[in-house]
Design a protein around this ligand. Structure first.
Ligand SMILES: [Zn+2]
Length: 310
């Protein structure tokens, strides 16, 4: 079996939220160029578009209409949805390919075409709720993929592991009443979106580890080793999803954690071990945040390197 597929699409560069916006196309170029240079033998696949019915598993009709039917002209300024989040010409196609990557990755790992998959896509997704685009996110890519795994493939237990430095409020909101999906997150608090407190537990399927600004490798790894990884192991997920944001890196300008690429290598290896125990090794990882290009290059290579290990 092929150990790892990479899904991406050139249309994911077409979402342009503004010339000075942190969530810029150069992020994705940095990730794909670094992975390609480090691992020249990888199998790259073009992400298909998500279908409306696939998106509707996680989102309401009104959000689909807003993102897909707004028709921003090519020479127009981006349409602001909130102070952080906007739609440009090209955003709809970016969002469809980003969400479609996760769906295709699920189908590939469930069919045994690849053991694991990494989706190098943007815009990111984990802040988008069922009804609202927010926090640079239009559709919740990982939620669309996890819902597809449950509904299309009949999985009874899937885990969404979120190590982006921001809490994935959207993913939590979409699944907090769905016991098929366990949502596990470490993140900085206080920080946008100011959710993800330890007492937010869903129906027992949500586990949040908020950590203070200044958190470094030792406290981060201890939290995962002592709290989050044992809970994940106990859940016995049949498929492990990863919201792979790299903005907890010490170089990131939007947050105050002090991680480096080796922390992402370590945590990814731990997640692979859990997937190997319970899920025939299946991991579907999707790029979320990360706003320093050097940090993105180093961290995505560390993450993909660990996904490639048996
Ligand atoms: Zn983030």
């Amino acid at each position: 079996m092929i150990p790892l597929r990479i899904y991406t699409h050139s249309a994911c560069l077409a979402h342009r939220p503004g010339a000075t916006h942190a969530e810029r196309p150069a992020r994705l170029q940095a990730v794909t160029e670094a992975i390609d240079a480090a691992f020249p033998e990888l199998h790259w696949h073009e992400a298909p578009r998500a279908s409306r019915s696939q998106l509707l598993r996680a989102h309401g009709d009104a959000l689909l209409a807003l993102v897909l039917d707004s028709e921003v002209a090519a020479d127009a300024e981006p349409l602001a949805l909130d102070p952080d989040t906007s739609l440009s010409h090209g955003s709809a196609e970016s969002a469809l390919r980003a969400a479609g990557a996760g769906v295709a990755a699920v189908d590939a790992v469930m069919a045994g075409d690849a053991r694991r998959a990494f989706c190098a896509v943007r815009p990111p997704g984990h802040h988008a709720t069922g009804t609202t685009a927010m926090g640079f996110c239009l559709f919740n890519n990982i939620a669309v993929a996890a819902a597809h795994a449950c509904d299309r493939h009949g999985l009874a237990r899937v885990a969404v592991v979120d190590f982006d430095v921001h809490h994935g409020n959207g993913t939590q909101a979409i699944f907090e009443a769905d016991p098929r999906v366990m949502y596990v997150s470490s993140h900085q608090l206080p920080l946008y979106p100011d959710s993800g407190f330890a007492d937010e537990r869903g129906v027992g399927n949500v586990l949040n580890l908020p950590l203070p600004p200044g958190t470094g490798s030792d406290a981060f790894r201890a939290g995962w080793r002592e709290r989050l990884l044992p809970a994940l192991d106990g859940f016995r997920p049949q498929l492990v999803f990863v919201s792979a944001g790299f903005d907890a890196h010490r170089l990131d300008p939007l947050a105050q954690f002090e991680l480096d690429a080796d922390d992402y290598r370590w945590l990814t290896a731990e997640l692979v071990a859990i997937a190997d125990r319970h899920a025939d090794g299946r991991v579907v990882s999707m790029l979320e945040g990360g706003y320093d290009l050097t940090a993105l290059r180093e961290s995505s290579v560390a993450h993909v390197g660990a996904l490639l290990q048996d």
